[in-house]
Every structure is written in structure tokens, then in C-alpha cells.
Ligand binder design. Structure first.
Ligand code: SF4
Length: 214
């Protein structure tokens, strides 16, 4: 395996970006520019950290107590080939590893995309599709605006989709270096800026840059 992933950030445990407890990989680079995007630092394609797919796969395989990974960004389908390789590598060791991804593109457009995009789709259990639209912001399960759809691609998470469609909230975590980061879907437009400003006023800085969890 020789592929490289451009990674904005990783998180080894998260309960607010998909079913159960999951790792999260935020990839770097998105061709879209949704107004109010909560992850503006992940948009340039020339940022992030280039990491071998095999290394990221090894990190995921070594995590205990998670049931899968969520691929976010940035735009995961801009790195579809490397992410499909990543899921193959992880499942070679952990066949029951779940996979969910966010995309700013609609499912129909991804299905009409090239072979790499279709290959990634074929390896996912759950997709959240569509761009973030601030005017349609809602407190919804795992997504920020009402145009975005939760699309099951296997029956793995059917039980999780049957519950109430309300926000899972946000989660703060402390890294091994003591830095604090956050994950999740903000409950209102502008929430992130307000949270960061309030914490900064008390001397806390939230980190969103690339950080190794091991
Ligand atoms: S698709 Fe997602 S990452 Fe890209 S600009 Fe829109 S909200 Fe931000």
C-alpha cells in the first residue's frame, strides 16, 4: 500500500459524530465553500499533514473500544481512493469495522462520479450528504442543516437511525499533549466562534490543527 492521505486532524474516541464510539479522521481540503462552514481550517488543499494510509490504518486497528470510523473534513470524496484503501486495510485486520462519511456532494452525484468515489461509497455503512446550508441550520442528529440526509448504505446502523432526530451535541477532548479540542455539530450558526471566544477569554485555547493521537 503506497497511498498518502492529507489529514487535518484525527480523534481516537468520539460519540457525537455517528453511531456508538468512533474514531474520526478529518481530511484536509474541500472544493466547496459553504457559508458558515464549521471547519474552515480544513478547506485549503495545501494544508494538513501527509500520512501514509498504512500508518493511519495501523493507528485505527490499534484503538480499543471503538466500533468504527467517521470520515469528515474537508471533503472525504476528494481523497476517495486513499480512504477506500484505508478501509480495506483496516478491515483486513478488523473485518467488522464500521465506516461513516460526510460529503458536501449529494449521494446521487457521488454515484455518478468516477470509480474512486464509487469505491469509497461501496465501503461505507452510512453517508451524510449535501453541503451545509446555514439558513437551514437545525439541531439534527449528526448533521448541521436540514438539507443534509442520513443515508444508510448497509443495514448496520438502521437501529441508530430509528431514534429521535435531535442533535448529539459537541464533545471536548484532551490530547496526550494536554491540548483541548472539540468535535460535533454545533447547535446554532456561529456557535463555534462564540465558544472559542468565551474560552479564550478564560485563557483556554481550542486546537483544530493536525495532531497525532499516538
Ligand atoms: S462541504 Fe463541508 S467542509 Fe466543505 S465547505 Fe461545506 S461544510 Fe465546509
Amino acid at each position: 500500500m503506497t497511498g498518502l492521505l492529507s489529514v487535518a486532524r484525527t480523534l481516537d474516541r468520539c460519540t457525537v459524530l455517528g453511531p456508538g464510539t468512533r474514531a474520526v479522521v478529518w481530511v484536509q481540503g474541500c472544493p466547496l465553500r459553504c457559508r458558515g462552514c464549521v471547519a474552515a481550517e480544513t478547506l485549503p488543499f495545501d494544508g494538513g499533514t501527509a500520512r501514509p494510509v498504512a500508518e493511519v490504518a495501523g493507528w485505527l486497528c490499534g484503538l480499543d473500544g471503538i466500533e468504527g470510523v467517521t470520515l469528515s473534513g474537508g471533503e472525504p470524496f476528494s481523497q476517495a481512493r486513499a480512504l477506500a484503501e484505508l478501509l480495506d486495510a483496516v478491515r483486513a485486520e478488523r473485518p467488522d469495522f464500521g465506516a461513516m462519511a460526510y460529503s458536501g456532494f449529494r449521494h446521487e452525484a457521488l454515484r455518478r462520479g468516477g470509480p474512486d468515489r464509487r469505491a469509497l461509497l461501496a465501503r461505507l455503512d452510512l453517508l451524510v450528504d449535501g453541503p451545509y446550508v446555514a439558513a437551514r441550520h437545525g439541531s439534527l442528529h449528526w448533521r448541521g442543516s436540514a438539507n443534509q440526509r442520513l443515508i444508510p448504505l448497509t443495514d448496520r446502523y438502521a437501529h441508530a437511525l430509528a431514534g429521535p432526530d435531535t442533535t448529539a451535541g459537541i464533545e471536548l477532548s484532551v490530547g496526550p499533549d494536554g491540548s483541548v479540542s472539540w468535535a460535533g455539530v454545533p447547535p446554532a450558526p456561529g456557535f463555534r466562534e462564540g465558544l472559542e471566544d468565551r474560552l479564550a477569554a478564560r485563557g483556554f485555547v481550542l486546537h483544530t490543527e493536525a495532531r497525532r493521537e499516538r
